[in-house]
Write a new protein. Structure first.
Length: 173
């Protein structure tokens, strides 16, 4: 990091790399941001694994950019939480849902933060769900187009349905 950005004083509170002020890397690490990934790609891998293991979705809900001591803060919520978007109120009178709405107000969330002086991502994870997870939640989970195509091919090949639901077969990407 450029010395001019931190001033000439080592440990300067304005320097993101050494600061212990609220919101800085060091403060966050000591105050609840206990998860750590080498970079954003590693976080995405962890997130996909978490979604696969528990049959949940962690949806990006909000992003705040450029704090004084951090670059970006991003909130991911469980797919069964209302993500903050608008609501669609006009309903067709003859439509019936095969699967009821999944929005239950689940409290599960992941907050990640990136910092200007390091590629390391810190995170805080509240893994409390107010609904069943695992196979009981699959009906409420969105499948990517790639996963849908893989399922279609495996069904055509007459692969056992239990094997198809395996995370190894449906991993994203």
């Amino acid at each position: 990091m450029d010395r001019r950005a931190c001033g000439d004083v080592p440990g300067n509170a304005k320097c993101p790399a050494t600061s212990r002020r609220q919101g800085s890397f060091n403060w966050d690490r000591e105050n609840g941001y206990i998860l750590k990934w080498a970079d954003l790609a590693k976080f995405e891998s962890w997130r996909q694994e978490e979604e696969c293991i528990y049959s949940i979705e962690l949806i990006a809900s909000s992003t705040k950019a450029q704090g004084c001591l951090w670059s970006q803060r991003q909130l991911f919520v469980c797919g069964q939480e209302r993500s903050g978007g608008g609501t669609y109120t006009k309903k067709h009178p003859n439509w019936e849902r095969k699967i009821e709405t999944k929005k239950s107000g689940c409290r599960c969330q992941v907050i990640i933060k990136s910092y200007p002086h390091t590629p390391t991502i810190l995170g805080r994870y509240l893994a409390e769900h107010d609904h069943k997870i695992g196979s009981a939640n699959i009906a409420y989970t969105h499948l990517s187009g790639i996963a849908q195509e893989r399922i279609k091919i495996m069904l055509i090949q007459k692969i056992d349905r239990c094997a198809i639901v395996s995370c190894q077969n449906l991993k994203k990407g």
